[in-house]
Design a protein around this ligand. Structure first.
Ligand SMILES: [Zn+2]
Length: 329
């Protein structure tokens, strides 16, 4: 397996005055682990170019225009995505006095991060397996950012590879605790990208109203091709549901996919520290079984695997990635 990481891609949210427990600490710990194994991490994304058209293959022209728009438009897009202003107009988990960078700079960071996802996909297609220490912004929708995800690097990289690297059918397997709602919305009418999401059945983002004011289905309820909700206290059925889901994914098409992107959030872990992932509490062993199930399923079928990290909060998140890598390296 190959690895990608570049310290320039680190979001470092506290430097923007944003107080969310998605720290870069887990990435440093994984780097240390890889180093202890004598494994090289590739940090060169320079050969990858990300253009506005790569974004517009995924997001609406209007939304992309905002991200490249005026300072106020960019700040508003970032603030909405990270929910930095509460309904009564006050700052929420945001303190500009603690910021060394402007919210505008965050867009450039996220674009750089996305290059890493593209590089990871390219490498997976070349050598079979690649793990990117970053990426996985699965909540970003066609028309807006959402849930800490400004743009959907996963679908951007998938469509970019279809355009430039001759991939046709792609699977996106999302095992983060939260539903891959942006990914599902973006690919709902696209049979060339098949999505599986296994996630908390209740809680965010599925706890809000199913229908909007106009009576239409809210986009975060759009189902993935294989949609697996897991209720609280149903952890013992998780692995069986995932196995069943992978088989359903395979049965959707006669063609074999050219690539699988795995959105390997570690937030279903019982020691995860984000309150909104608390309705799914898999043990460390169950997390390992989860990751090995996906890995071996794809490996057996010789499907190239590109991993992105997605959610994982607090000081124990790194354990999940390290134990997975330990067991396959
Ligand atoms: Zn998550």
């Amino acid at each position: 397996m190959k690895f990608f990481f570049n310290s320039q891609a680190l979001l470092n949210l506290p430097k923007f005055g944003i107080q969310i427990p998605l720290t870069d600490e887990r990435i440093f710990k994984i780097c240390e682990f890889l180093k202890s194994k004598g494994i090289q991490v590739n940090g060169d994304f320079e050969s990858i170019e990300i253009k506005q058209e790569d974004l517009e293959r995924v997001h609406s022209h209007e939304y992309v225009a905002k991200l490249f728009g005026t300072s106020d438009e960019i700040k508003k897009a970032v603030s909405d995505t990270f929910e930095l202003i509460s309904e009564n107009g006050e700052y929420h988990r945001y303190d500009p006095s603690l910021a060394t960078y402007s919210l505008e700079d965050l867009v450039q960071k996220v674009l750089f991060q996305t290059k890493g996802t593209m590089a990871c996909v390219q490498e997976a297609l070349k050598s079979g397996e690649c793990f990117y220490l970053g990426g996985g912004y699965h909540h970003a929708m066609s028309f807006a950012g959402r849930g800490f995800c400004l743009i959907n690097d996963i679908v951007i990289a998938a469509r970019w590879s279809q355009k430039n690297l001759n991939t046709k059918l792609i699977w996106i397997i999302d095992v983060d605790a939260h539903k891959g709602d942006g990914t599902a919305e973006l690919t709902a009418n696209d049979p060339s990208i098949r999505t599986l999401s296994i996630h908390m059945k209740e809680g965010w983002p599925l706890d809000s109203k199913k229908l909007g004011k106009d009576g239409k289905l809210n986009p975060w309820f759009i189902e993935s091709d294989v949609e697996i909700g897991v209720s609280a206290n149903e952890e013992n059925h998780y692995l069986a549901k995932l196995k069943d889901g992978l088989e359903k994914l395979e049965a959707l098409d006669t063609a074999r996919p050219d690539l699988a992107i795995i959105v390997q959030g570690s937030d279903p872990y019982e020691k995860d520290q984000l309150p909104s992932s608390g309705l799914l509490k898999l043990s460390k062993e169950q997390m390992l079984q989860r990751d090995l199930l996906v890995y071996h399923f794809l490996q057996k079928r010789k499907i190239p695997q590109a991993y992105v990290m997605a959610g994982g909060y607090g000081e124990y998140s790194y354990e999940i990635y390290c134990q997975f890598l330990e067991s396959i390296l």
